[in-house]
Structures are given as structure tokens and as C-alpha cells.
Write a protein that binds this ligand. Structure first.
Ligand SMILES: [Zn+2]
Length: 229
């Protein structure tokens, strides 16, 4: 029983952290978001909703200057004010923004957004548990190792989520008649934007390399277009 105590404590910590983070995130989003009202985008989300047999897809604007898309654990989709401003300025097209919405829808549909919150608190639990064990065996180095293992685990998980969300978005955009062109052109634009001194948009940083994502999309595209009939 004594040996299990750190693990039980870490598990309890993970549950509390998950509840707290989800609650805090929902509150933050409630306080700083508004419904997206844009005719052109509304048109595109309506087409995607029809393809999914949904009555509608509600998108919210999250009032922060960064360029990012977000799927909340409760399934709501957000585009940041920063991203919307780029669209208003003509730097990003409505179709390209729709491809971000489709990607975030993918995270929701595939259960990533909920799991990611669990991953996040689970990651902390792994960190705490490893710290307790390794910290005793290797003072100093133990903490470093524990952090490294926890981050590697998270990075691996989130990479595969991104490819899955991209593939979901590609299928949806294809079905809705929007096509995957905007998805690819947006990746390239974001990469160019990230070349500036301002640093990469958050959305790109948390995602795999652009050329790998474009290559994965092209593979899908080739498979779809080579199917006879
Ligand atoms: Zn993503």
C-alpha cells in the first residue's frame, strides 16, 4: 500500500487537474468569446453542416490577438480574433478559414479535444509520479528525466491527432464541394507568416511540419481522384 501511495496521489491529482482545467477553460472562453457572424463564412459552414447532416455548425470568435483555432473539450469551435482579422484584411480567404474550422471539427468528432485535456492532466500525473520515483533515485536528474518523458509522450500523441484531424477536414471539405486546395494554401501561408520576426502563429507551432502535412493531404487527394467512377 505504501508503495502505491504516490501513484494513487498522482491519479487523484490528474482527476482534479482535469476537472479544474476544463472548468477554467470553459469560463475563460465564455467570458472572452462572441458568436461568429459573417455571411461568407456562414455560407461555408452551412455547406459543411449539410455534408455532416447537422442542423448547423456554430463557430465562436475567441477575443485574443494570436492566430489560432481551437476545439474546446465541450465541443465548441473557436477561431481567434487574430485569425479573423487576417481574413478581414484579405490575407486569408474564407475558404482557408473554413479549412481551420473543418480541422477543429475533426478534433471534436474524433474525440481529441476531450482526450487532449485528459492528456494534459495525465501528463502532469505522469510527471508527478515519475518525479516521486526518479527524484528519490536520482536527485536533480530525476526531475529532468520525468519532464522529458512526459513531453515526449504528449508530442507523439498530438502529432498523430493532427494528421487525423487534417484527414477528417480534407474529407469534409471535399464532400462540401470546397475542396482541399484552401487547406494546402493556408499551410503554406502560415509557414510564410511564421518566417517573419513576429514568430510562428501558435496554431502552426502546435502542429507538425507544413510540408509533411501537405504531402499527407496530396496522398489522400491522389487516392480519391484515382478511384474510377
Ligand atoms: Zn489541430
Amino acid at each position: 500500500m505504501f508503495k502505491l501511495t504516490p501513484i494513487l496521489l498522482a491519479m487523484l491529482y490528474a482527476v482534479v487537474m482535469y476537472r479544474f482545467s476544463a472548468w477554467r477553460m470553459a469560463r475563460e472562453l465564455d467570458a472572452r468569446s462572441t458568436a461568429l457572424a459573417d455571411k461568407r463564412l456562414h455560407d461555408l459552414t452551412r455547406r459543411m453542416a449539410e455534408s455532416l447532416d447537422l442542423p448547423r455548425i456554430q463557430v465562436h470568435i475567441y477575443e485574443i490577438p494570436q492566430v489560432n483555432g481551437l476545439a474546446a473539450p465541450d465541443g465548441r469551435i473557436f477561431i481567434t480574433r487574430g485569425f479573423h482579422d487576417r481574413y478581414r484584411a484579405g490575407e486569408v480567404t474564407a475558404e482557408e478559414l473554413a479549412s481551420v474550422i473543418a480541422h477543429e471539427l475533426g478534433h471534436v468528432a474524433l474525440g481529441h479535444s476531450r482526450r487532449r485535456m485528459i492528456d494534459f492532466s495525465g501528463q502532469n500525473a505522469v510527471r508527478v509520479a515519475l518525479n516521486m520515483v526518479l527524484g528519490r533515485l536520482l536527485p536533480g536528474l530525476g526531475t529532468l528525466l520525468a519532464n522529458l518523458v512526459a513531453s515526449l509522450l504528449a508530442a507523439r500523441l498530438s502529432r498523430s491527432d493532427e494528421y487525423e484531424a487534417d484527414a477528417y477536414a480534407a474529407a469534409l471539405l471535399h464532400k462540401a464541394g470546397i475542396g482541399i486546395g484552401p487547406q494546402k494554401s493556408l499551410f503554406r501561408k502560415l509557414e510564410k507568416l511564421s518566417g517573419g520576426a513576429g514568430g510562428a502563429p501558435a496554431w502552426l507551432l502546435s502542429h507538425p511540419m507544413t510540408h509533411e502535412r501537405v504531402a499527407a493531404l496530396e496522398k489522400l487527394e491522389a487516392r480519391w481522384t484515382s478511384v474510377p467512377g
